[in-house]
Ligand binder design. Sequence first.
Ligand SMILES: C[S@@+](CC[C@H](N)C(=O)[O-])C[C@H]1O[C@@H](n2cnc3c(N)ncnc32)[C@H](O)[C@@H]1O
Length: 238
Amino acid sequence: MAELDEGVAAVWQSVVNGDAQWLADQILKFNMTKEAVLAKINEAPRDIKHLAFQAILKNRTFHGGILAEGATFLKHGENGKGIQSRWYPATLAKRFINLNLVANRIEFRCEDGLQVMQEFSPQPDLIYFIDPPYTAGGKKAGKRLYKYCELDHEELFRICESLQGSFVITYDGAEEVKQMARRSGFEMKLITMTTTHHAAMKELVIGRNLSWMDDAPVIGEKAENYAITKKRKTKKLP
Ligand SMILES: C[S@@+](CC[C@H](N)C(=O)[O-])C[C@H]1O[C@@H](n2cnc3c(N)ncnc32)[C@H](O)[C@@H]1O
Protein backbone atom coordinates (compact mmCIF):
# COMPACT_ATOMS: atom_id res chain seq x y z
CA MET A 1 0.00 0.00 0.00
CA ALA A 2 1.20 3.48 -0.77
CA GLU A 3 -0.22 6.70 0.66
CA LEU A 4 1.33 10.16 0.94
CA ASP A 5 -0.80 11.70 3.70
CA GLU A 6 1.22 11.51 6.93
CA GLY A 7 -1.85 10.97 9.14
CA VAL A 8 -3.38 8.20 7.02
CA ALA A 9 0.07 6.70 6.56
CA ALA A 10 0.65 6.68 10.33
CA VAL A 11 -2.52 4.58 10.80
CA TRP A 12 -1.44 1.94 8.28
CA GLN A 13 2.14 1.99 9.49
CA SER A 14 0.94 1.37 13.05
CA VAL A 15 -1.17 -1.58 11.88
CA VAL A 16 1.84 -3.04 10.07
CA ASN A 17 4.07 -2.37 13.10
CA GLY A 18 1.74 -4.49 15.25
CA ASP A 19 0.07 -1.59 17.07
CA ALA A 20 -3.51 -2.25 15.93
CA GLN A 21 -4.45 -3.59 19.38
CA TRP A 22 -2.94 -0.48 21.01
CA LEU A 23 -5.07 1.71 18.69
CA ALA A 24 -8.17 -0.36 19.50
CA ASP A 25 -7.52 0.10 23.24
CA GLN A 26 -7.04 3.87 22.84
CA ILE A 27 -10.30 4.09 20.92
CA LEU A 28 -12.25 2.10 23.53
CA LYS A 29 -11.02 4.12 26.51
CA PHE A 30 -11.29 7.58 24.90
CA ASN A 31 -13.92 9.84 26.45
CA MET A 32 -15.26 11.58 23.34
CA THR A 33 -15.77 15.31 23.94
CA LYS A 34 -14.68 18.27 21.83
CA GLU A 35 -12.29 19.37 24.60
CA ALA A 36 -10.72 15.92 24.84
CA VAL A 37 -10.24 15.75 21.05
CA LEU A 38 -8.71 19.24 20.98
CA ALA A 39 -6.32 18.38 23.80
CA LYS A 40 -5.27 15.13 22.12
CA ILE A 41 -4.76 16.49 18.60
CA ASN A 42 -2.75 19.44 19.89
CA GLU A 43 -0.25 17.19 21.70
CA ALA A 44 3.11 16.74 19.98
CA PRO A 45 2.85 13.08 18.89
CA ARG A 46 5.44 10.91 20.68
CA ASP A 47 5.64 8.33 17.90
CA ILE A 48 3.86 6.93 14.84
CA LYS A 49 1.06 5.25 16.79
CA HIS A 50 0.21 8.47 18.67
CA LEU A 51 0.13 10.32 15.33
CA ALA A 52 -2.15 7.55 14.04
CA PHE A 53 -4.56 7.97 16.96
CA GLN A 54 -4.70 11.74 16.31
CA ALA A 55 -5.53 11.04 12.64
CA ILE A 56 -8.32 8.63 13.66
CA LEU A 57 -9.80 11.22 16.03
CA LYS A 58 -9.73 13.91 13.34
CA ASN A 59 -11.20 11.58 10.72
CA ARG A 60 -14.10 10.68 13.02
CA THR A 61 -14.87 14.19 14.31
CA PHE A 62 -14.11 16.52 11.41
CA HIS A 63 -16.63 17.29 8.67
CA GLY A 64 -16.68 14.45 6.14
CA GLY A 65 -13.67 12.85 7.84
CA ILE A 66 -11.50 15.43 6.09
CA LEU A 67 -7.90 15.61 7.31
CA ALA A 68 -6.81 18.41 4.96
CA GLU A 69 -5.89 21.87 6.25
CA GLY A 70 -8.95 23.96 7.14
CA ALA A 71 -11.15 21.01 8.14
CA THR A 72 -13.61 21.83 10.94
CA PHE A 73 -15.39 19.85 13.66
CA LEU A 74 -18.79 18.30 12.97
CA LYS A 75 -21.40 20.73 14.26
CA HIS A 76 -24.56 18.71 13.90
CA GLY A 77 -23.34 15.46 12.40
CA GLU A 78 -25.59 12.43 12.02
CA ASN A 79 -28.92 12.85 13.87
CA GLY A 80 -27.71 16.11 15.41
CA LYS A 81 -25.31 14.18 17.64
CA GLY A 82 -22.46 16.55 16.79
CA ILE A 83 -18.94 15.39 17.51
CA GLN A 84 -20.19 12.02 18.82
CA SER A 85 -22.14 11.20 15.68
CA ARG A 86 -19.47 9.25 13.84
CA TRP A 87 -17.72 7.85 16.91
CA TYR A 88 -18.57 4.16 17.06
CA PRO A 89 -15.74 3.00 19.35
CA ALA A 90 -16.69 -0.70 19.51
CA THR A 91 -17.02 -1.02 15.71
CA LEU A 92 -13.86 0.93 15.08
CA ALA A 93 -11.85 -1.03 17.63
CA LYS A 94 -13.09 -4.30 16.11
CA ARG A 95 -11.83 -3.20 12.70
CA PHE A 96 -8.34 -2.65 14.08
CA ILE A 97 -8.40 -5.97 15.93
CA ASN A 98 -9.43 -7.68 12.67
CA LEU A 99 -6.67 -5.89 10.78
CA ASN A 100 -4.20 -7.49 13.16
CA LEU A 101 -5.03 -10.82 11.53
CA VAL A 102 -3.69 -9.68 8.16
CA ALA A 103 -1.10 -7.12 9.29
CA ASN A 104 1.83 -9.40 8.45
CA ARG A 105 0.59 -9.62 4.85
CA ILE A 106 0.65 -5.86 4.31
CA GLU A 107 3.64 -3.85 3.20
CA PHE A 108 3.02 -0.17 3.62
CA ARG A 109 5.00 2.75 2.24
CA CYS A 110 4.48 6.48 2.78
CA GLU A 111 5.63 7.14 -0.77
CA ASP A 112 4.44 8.37 -4.14
CA GLY A 113 2.16 5.65 -5.52
CA LEU A 114 3.19 6.47 -9.09
CA GLN A 115 6.80 5.63 -8.28
CA VAL A 116 5.83 2.46 -6.45
CA MET A 117 3.82 1.34 -9.49
CA GLN A 118 6.76 1.99 -11.79
CA GLU A 119 9.01 -0.04 -9.52
CA PHE A 120 6.73 -3.08 -9.87
CA SER A 121 5.67 -2.51 -13.49
CA PRO A 122 7.77 -5.36 -15.05
CA GLN A 123 6.08 -7.96 -12.81
CA PRO A 124 3.20 -9.78 -14.57
CA ASP A 125 1.77 -11.54 -11.48
CA LEU A 126 0.42 -8.40 -9.81
CA ILE A 127 -2.88 -6.55 -9.53
CA TYR A 128 -2.93 -2.87 -8.62
CA PHE A 129 -5.89 -1.17 -7.00
CA ILE A 130 -5.62 2.56 -7.64
CA ASP A 131 -7.94 5.03 -5.90
CA PRO A 132 -6.60 8.47 -6.88
CA PRO A 133 -7.88 11.81 -5.58
CA TYR A 134 -10.72 13.08 -7.77
CA THR A 135 -9.09 16.16 -9.20
CA ALA A 136 -8.97 15.39 -12.93
CA GLY A 137 -10.46 18.17 -15.03
CA GLY A 138 -10.08 20.65 -12.15
CA LYS A 139 -12.66 18.82 -9.99
CA LYS A 140 -12.90 20.51 -6.63
CA ALA A 141 -13.96 17.53 -4.44
CA GLY A 142 -10.49 16.02 -4.21
CA LYS A 143 -8.91 19.43 -3.55
CA ARG A 144 -11.06 20.02 -0.51
CA LEU A 145 -10.73 16.49 0.83
CA TYR A 146 -7.05 15.71 0.63
CA LYS A 147 -3.81 17.40 1.56
CA TYR A 148 -2.11 15.52 -1.29
CA CYS A 149 -4.57 16.27 -4.04
CA GLU A 150 -2.18 17.21 -6.84
CA LEU A 151 -1.72 14.31 -9.20
CA ASP A 152 -0.55 14.08 -12.79
CA HIS A 153 -3.54 12.08 -14.03
CA GLU A 154 -2.12 11.74 -17.57
CA GLU A 155 1.05 10.27 -16.09
CA LEU A 156 -1.02 7.81 -14.03
CA PHE A 157 -2.69 6.54 -17.22
CA ARG A 158 0.69 6.30 -18.99
CA ILE A 159 2.09 4.23 -16.13
CA CYS A 160 -1.00 1.98 -16.18
CA GLU A 161 -0.41 1.35 -19.89
CA SER A 162 3.13 0.18 -19.07
CA LEU A 163 2.13 -2.26 -16.30
CA GLN A 164 2.67 -5.93 -17.03
CA GLY A 165 0.18 -6.84 -14.33
CA SER A 166 -3.54 -6.04 -14.11
CA PHE A 167 -5.05 -2.99 -12.50
CA VAL A 168 -8.34 -1.45 -11.42
CA ILE A 169 -8.75 2.31 -11.05
CA THR A 170 -11.74 3.98 -9.41
CA TYR A 171 -12.45 7.55 -10.49
CA ASP A 172 -15.29 10.02 -10.69
CA GLY A 173 -17.17 10.05 -13.98
CA ALA A 174 -15.57 13.26 -15.28
CA GLU A 175 -15.31 13.67 -19.06
CA GLU A 176 -11.53 14.26 -18.76
CA VAL A 177 -11.15 10.89 -17.05
CA LYS A 178 -13.18 9.15 -19.75
CA GLN A 179 -11.03 10.79 -22.43
CA MET A 180 -7.81 9.53 -20.83
CA ALA A 181 -9.27 6.03 -20.48
CA ARG A 182 -10.39 6.03 -24.14
CA ARG A 183 -6.97 7.21 -25.30
CA SER A 184 -5.29 4.40 -23.37
CA GLY A 185 -7.75 1.83 -24.77
CA PHE A 186 -9.05 0.86 -21.32
CA GLU A 187 -12.53 -0.38 -20.45
CA MET A 188 -14.88 1.62 -18.23
CA LYS A 189 -17.87 0.63 -16.12
CA LEU A 190 -20.16 2.67 -13.94
CA ILE A 191 -20.92 1.58 -10.39
CA THR A 192 -23.01 3.19 -7.68
CA MET A 193 -21.22 4.32 -4.56
CA THR A 194 -22.43 6.04 -1.41
CA THR A 195 -20.82 9.29 -0.31
CA THR A 196 -20.23 10.39 3.30
CA HIS A 197 -23.51 12.27 2.95
CA HIS A 198 -25.26 8.99 2.04
CA ALA A 199 -26.01 10.20 -1.47
CA ALA A 200 -25.82 7.61 -4.23
CA MET A 201 -23.24 8.69 -6.79
CA LYS A 202 -21.87 7.05 -9.89
CA GLU A 203 -18.22 6.16 -9.92
CA LEU A 204 -16.11 4.92 -12.82
CA VAL A 205 -14.17 1.69 -12.67
CA ILE A 206 -11.38 1.53 -15.24
CA GLY A 207 -9.24 -1.42 -16.26
CA ARG A 208 -7.80 -3.26 -19.22
CA ASN A 209 -10.46 -5.96 -19.11
CA LEU A 210 -13.52 -5.61 -16.93
CA SER A 211 -15.43 -8.68 -18.10
CA TRP A 212 -15.46 -9.88 -14.46
CA MET A 213 -17.83 -6.97 -13.81
CA ASP A 214 -20.33 -7.98 -16.46
CA ASP A 215 -23.36 -7.14 -14.30
CA ALA A 216 -22.46 -3.44 -14.24
CA PRO A 217 -23.52 -1.23 -17.18
CA VAL A 218 -20.73 -0.57 -19.70
CA ILE A 219 -19.79 3.02 -20.45
CA GLY A 220 -18.66 2.91 -24.04
CA GLU A 221 -20.14 6.04 -25.48
CA LYS A 222 -18.17 8.25 -27.88
CA ALA A 223 -16.75 11.54 -26.64
CA GLU A 224 -19.46 14.15 -26.27
CA ASN A 225 -19.48 16.92 -28.82
CA TYR A 226 -20.86 19.85 -26.91
CA ALA A 227 -22.29 22.78 -28.87
CA ILE A 228 -22.24 26.27 -27.43
CA THR A 229 -25.71 27.75 -27.60
CA LYS A 230 -27.02 31.10 -26.45
CA LYS A 231 -28.19 31.14 -22.87
CA ARG A 232 -31.99 31.27 -22.82
CA LYS A 233 -33.48 34.01 -20.70
CA THR A 234 -35.61 32.61 -17.90
CA LYS A 235 -38.74 34.55 -17.02
CA LYS A 236 -38.79 35.89 -13.49
CA LEU A 237 -41.72 34.70 -11.43
CA PRO A 238 -44.03 37.49 -10.35
C1 LIG B 1 -9.70 8.77 -3.02
S1 LIG B 1 -8.51 8.77 -1.70
C2 LIG B 1 -8.21 7.10 -1.37
C3 LIG B 1 -8.98 6.60 -0.22
C4 LIG B 1 -8.68 5.16 0.18
N1 LIG B 1 -8.71 4.26 -0.96
C5 LIG B 1 -9.69 4.73 1.21
O1 LIG B 1 -10.61 3.98 0.86
O2 LIG B 1 -9.57 5.19 2.36
C6 LIG B 1 -7.06 9.34 -2.49
C7 LIG B 1 -5.80 9.27 -1.59
O3 LIG B 1 -4.64 9.38 -2.44
C8 LIG B 1 -3.61 9.96 -1.69
N2 LIG B 1 -2.59 10.39 -2.65
C9 LIG B 1 -2.59 11.47 -3.48
N3 LIG B 1 -1.52 11.46 -4.28
C10 LIG B 1 -0.82 10.33 -3.99
C11 LIG B 1 0.38 9.76 -4.50
N4 LIG B 1 1.08 10.35 -5.48
N5 LIG B 1 0.82 8.60 -3.97
C12 LIG B 1 0.13 7.99 -2.97
N6 LIG B 1 -1.03 8.47 -2.46
C13 LIG B 1 -1.49 9.63 -2.95
C14 LIG B 1 -4.31 11.07 -0.92
O4 LIG B 1 -3.59 11.43 0.22
C15 LIG B 1 -5.67 10.39 -0.59
O5 LIG B 1 -5.63 9.84 0.71
